[in-house]
Design a protein around this ligand. Structure first.
Ligand code: AHR
Length: 497
């Protein structure tokens, strides 16, 4: 049995974890919309053609906001194609994903779907082929009650009251050569500033997300972030970060490096937070721009299906089956987001349905909750509030990112006085975790929920959907030492006096 020790002092806090850290993302890509949330033939479909079993699962997952409609898709998307009478909407090429877009689902359908899920939108505008004017017109369509053409068009389309969408992304991954309308940092910084001005003049209450680096592996990182912030600092509220992890070099033997991904995520977030600080200082600004990690997940890109059917409406793309190993890495990424709650105010798990997703559907009409569904669900349920700054003493392992601790944690004290310790064990042995609470009185452990599988390759499948499910342990009489099973994700809940 290994030993580890954690100090949690009530006076040492790391920031406020808001519900928006538990947001997600649906893109017009693969089978996310068509054949995912939208399937009029499905037995659970509502009047709009949306699957109510999926709506129920999204509610259970505890998603706060959903980013839409892309992703790479948005950089070629004309939002005006997706409004008005369905029969008159154009069918177009979805260039980003080489699919066909019928525009059966557009902004009004998506907003009706969202209402059923209880989530708020994060709307992305097209700054690839789109213009600042078209972006501002979309804000008018969604948010205004004026007697002007786009607000009037929305009313004519049956939506009397404006949606009042608060959060908006100024394009997507504009640093990437793969992006439709990819630009240099100076070009994008200027364009985003002009779009931001016009969108804010349309509705001053909106929040805006500037495109930061689409990965810490980009050759332009972190210079891109400095340059675009210097252009747009006074006009935006957030800068985005995107990050997906897989085995380095797609080499499956590099398990320790994959398990240590959270170290890299931590450095990426810290570097962008520091870049914001630098630009704020340089500009003598009073404004505090925050981080929106609006795409994050495990993504095994080596599993891409090269035979995805070109120009199909709905074809499988980037459908990853998540294993216990992936679930460990995934959970450490949640801990890292929480531990950076001072700066990270929004984070979107990418994505939500079928594409890199916790929720899958198959051609038989079934729905599956992948293993990553559960740590997200539990963290969303339990981990909002004050994040504590903790000190962990435990063994480390070597990795490409440096020495990684075997136990990755985050501790969050909620408004009801419940402290949740999320603890991810990355070692193949059980660990006795010694807990030292300081200035907390005598916390009482009342729930220990965990996820574990004996084999790291185990996954939930449509035929065996219960291989990895949360289990609850009987709570020990003494909470001085807690048993963390090898390769497990734990949620320990303490009532504070
Ligand atoms: O989430 C899948 C894709 O990954 C998104 O469209 C893009 O923004 C990112 O590269």
């Amino acid at each position: 049995m290994k030993k580890a020790s954690l100090i949690i002092n009530r006076n040492y806090t790391a920031g406020a974890a808001e519900k928006a850290i538990f947001s997600s993302f649906i893109e017009h890509m693969g089978r996310a919309v068509y054949g995912g949330i939208y399937d009029p033939q499905h037995e659970t479909a509502n009047g709009d053609g949306f699957r109510t079993d999926i709506i129920g699962a999204i509610r259970e997952l505890g998603v706060d906001k959903i980013r839409y409609p892309g992703g790479n898709f948005v950089s070629g998307y004309d939002w005006k194609d997706g409004i008005g009478a369905r029969g008159q909407r154009p069918t177009r090429l979805n260039h980003a994903w080489q699919q066909t877009e019928t525009n059966e689902v557009g902004i009004d359908e998506f907003m009706r779907f969202l209402k059923e899920t209880g989530c708020e939108p994060i709307m992305a505008v097209n700054l690839g082929t789109g213009t600042p004017a078209a972006a501002a017109e979309l804000v008018e369509y969604c948010n205004l009650d004026t007697d002007t053409v786009w607000a009037e068009t929305r009313r004519r389309n049956g939506v009397k009251k404006p949606y009042k969408i608060k959060n908006w992304c100024l394009g997507n991954e504009m640093d990437g050569e793969w992006q439709i309308g990819h630009r240099s940092a100076d070009e994008y910084g200027r364009l985003a500033t002009e779009a931001a001005k016009l969108m804010r003049w349309t509705d001053p209450d909106i929040s805006l997300v500037l495109c930061g680096s689409s990965s810490s592996a980009m050759p332009t990182y972190p210079e891109w972030d400095r340059v675009v912030l210097e252009h747009a600092y006074e006009y935006v509220d957030y800068i985005s970060l995107h990050k997906y992890y897989e085995f380095p070099d797609r080499d499956k033997s590099k398990v320790s490096d994959f398990l240590a991904s959270y170290l890299d995520f931590d450095s990426f977030i810290s570097a962008i937070a520091s870049t914001i600080e630098y630009v704020k200082c340089k500009k003598r600004s009073k404004r505090s721009v925050k981080l929106s990690v609006d795409e994050w997940n495990v993504w095994h890109t080596g599993l891409r299906k090269p035979d995805a059917e070109k120009w199909a409406l709905s074809t499988a793309r980037e459908e990853n089956t998540y294993t216990m190993l992936d679930t460990l890495v995934f959970s450490t990424l949640i801990c890292t987001l929480l531990n950076h709650a001072e700066h990270v105010k929004v984070a979107c798990l990418a994505q939500l349905i079928n594409v890199l997703a916790p929720i899958m559907t198959d051609t038989k009409g079934r729905m599956l909750k992948q293993s990553i569904f559960y740590p997200f669900m539990l963290a969303s349920k339990y981990c909002t509030g004050t994040v504590m700054n903790t000190v962990m003493e435990c063994a480390s392992f070597d990795s490409v990112y440096g020495a990684a601790q075997e136990i990755c944690t985050s501790a969050v004290l909620d408004a009801e006085g419940i402290l949740t310790l999320m603890a991810v064990s990355l070692t193949d042995q059980d660990t006795a975790l010694n807990l030292n609470f300081e200035r907390f009185g005598t916390p009482k452990l009342f729930e220990h929920t965990y996820l574990h599988a004996d084999n790291l390759t185990t996954a939930n499948t449509f035929d065996t959907p219960s291989n990895i499910l949360p289990k609850t342990l009987p709570t020990p009489s003494s909470t001085d030492s807690i048993l963390l099973k090898a390769h497990s994700v734990n949620f320990l809940r303490f009532r504070i006096d």
